[in-house]
Design a protein around this ligand. Structure first.
Ligand code: GFB
Length: 308
């Protein structure tokens, strides 16, 4: 750490959250932080241990925000559980081991609410329930790749007094989202079709989901990174919950007006995936009440903003 600033390596800098962090730190007021970005496989293949070592030697980070992951929506996960498991497992292991090797004391690692149990003992699920029982079979590969990351962070913290913090967002959406229909999540998937006049929502529309705006999540990540009094190893970043049908109706209305909403139909030949994966906002609300109240009050406006 040079005496004037802390160098923060952000992996997955070209992804949705990574791009939001770039926007956020571009007007970076806190000059004691300097952000360097790993922009995808062309920059360094994080599934390869030597490439990760070269990346750390090249960027000489003091702290790390590890965003890079093999991700996708329900239908991609269902087809690629093996790849999701192997890619995420090797990336996460390589990054945590490199952090330790380079004596990185503080880092942020990203999980997802879909890694939590599909039949939990209670809803909403809290941080301690992350590996209470099996995740939903549709994204088991991704889930175990991330659960291992959570466990790695915990044990490096306990064994080596590191401060590797895990943050669990709910379903993310917003600018820089992936609109590829084969890989996308629900919101870009719906927007893509609705703009072509095809107001079809896949599945029954009954599943419940919590949606968090990616720029808001980026703010939480930077806040936690710079908060040296942050007391937790793991915090869920929850947001209000709606049914897929409610989200589809809102988008159909904004894109197609009353006609769009009236033409909305459900194609139940597509699966629903997990019906409910509600996670708790309690720790976020207790730790950062300002952020939680902001998320609450802005939820509705965000939906409209999606299409502006
Ligand atoms: O966003 P999504 O793919 O992720 O699907 P999951 C959410 C729900 O939206 C499912 C329905 O019930 C889908 O049936 N849906 C309706 C659609 N229309 C569409 C569409 O056009 N595209 C998609 N993708 N869904 C993922 C996990 O689960 O959550 C990932 O598989 C990741 O690993 C992500 O964690 C956050 O919420 O079902």
């Amino acid at each position: 750490m040079s005496n004037e600033f802390t160098t923060v390596l952000v992996t997955g800098g070209n992804g949705m959250v990574g791009s939001c962090i770039k926007d956020l730190t571009r007007s970076n007021t806190n000059l004691s932080y300097r952000y360097v970005y790993h922009n995808g496989r062309s920059d360094a293949d994080l599934t390869d241990r030597n490439s990760v070592e070269n990346l750390f030697q090249r960027t000489k980070p003091d702290q790390v925000i590890h965003l890079a992951a093999a991700v996708g929506g329900l239908f991609l996960n269902q087809k690629q559980n093996a790849k999701m498991l192997t890619d995420n497992l090797s990336m996460n292991l390589n990054i945590i081991q490199a952090c330790h090797r380079h004596n990185i004391q503080r880092g942020i690692f990203i999980l997802s609410s879909c890694i939590f149990p599909t039949n939990p003992s209670k809803f909403p699920m809290t941080e301690d329930m992350v590996d209470e029982s099996r995740p939903h079979p549709s994204n088991e590969g991704y889930a175990y790749g991330k659960r291992i990351l959570c466990s790695l962070a915990k044990h490096y913290n306990n064994d080596y007094s590191r401060h590797y913090i895990c943050l669990t967002p709910v379903n993310l959406y917003g600018p820089y989202d992936n609109y590829n229909p084969d890989a996308s999540h629900v919101i870009p998937g719906l927007i893509n079709r609705f703009h072509t006049g095809d107001f079809t929502c896949y599945g029954t529309g009954k599943p419940l989901r919590q949606f968090l705006y990616a720029p808001d999540f980026a703010k939480i990540i930077i806040r936690v990174l710079q908060d040296t009094n942050f007391p937790h190893q793991h915090m869920i970043c929850a947001a209000p919950e709606v049914t897929i049908k409610e989200m589809a109706k809102t988008l159909a209305h904004v894109i197609g007006g009353k006609n769009g909403e009236e033409s909305l139909k459900h194609d139940t030949s597509y699966g629903d995936g997990c019906m409910k994966k509600t996670v708790s906002h309690q720790r976020l609300e207790e730790t950062y009440p300002d952020i939680y109240n902001y998320l609450l009050t802005h939820f509705c406006t965000r939906k409209i903003q999606l299409n502006s």
